[in-house]
Design a protein around this ligand. Structure first.
Ligand SMILES: [Zn+2]
Length: 109
């Protein structure tokens, strides 16, 4: 079994400094909340969505958005942009995240 390296944190529960076990908790609190069935008070943090950072990647995301607006099929988008299946999923996630954030901005305004 592989495990992530533990990093020092301030516990989300008791504010003590210690090594991260999961959900922002140190091991003692993680174990205690697991035993007491109260781990759901500390929901998992969603991992950050991949975003293109290079100019070419950002252009590909712009092209992806244009193809989605044209209602192109995923197969066509992959072919036009020369993407692998995994790359297509990443651009789809990035696009969804950006459009959801824009929709939130509009509703907040
Ligand atoms: Zn704690």
């Amino acid at each position: 079994m592989t495990s992530k390296p533990t990093i020092p944190i301030r516990c989300a529960c008791c504010q003590a400094n210690g090594l991260h076990r999961g959900r922002g908790l140190i091991n003692a609190c993680y174990v205690r909340h697991t035993r007491n069935g109260t781990l759901n008070r500390f929901p998992r943090q969603p991992s950050a969505t991949w975003m293109p950072v290079t100019p070419k990647g950002r252009q590909t995301l712009t092209d992806y958005a244009a193809l989605v607006a044209e209602r192109a099929t995923p197969t066509r988008i992959r072919w036009v942009l020369s993407l692998s299946e995994r790359q297509l999923q990443r651009y789809a996630n990035a696009y969804r995240t950006l459009t959801a954030a824009q929709a939130e901005d509009r509703s907040a305004a």
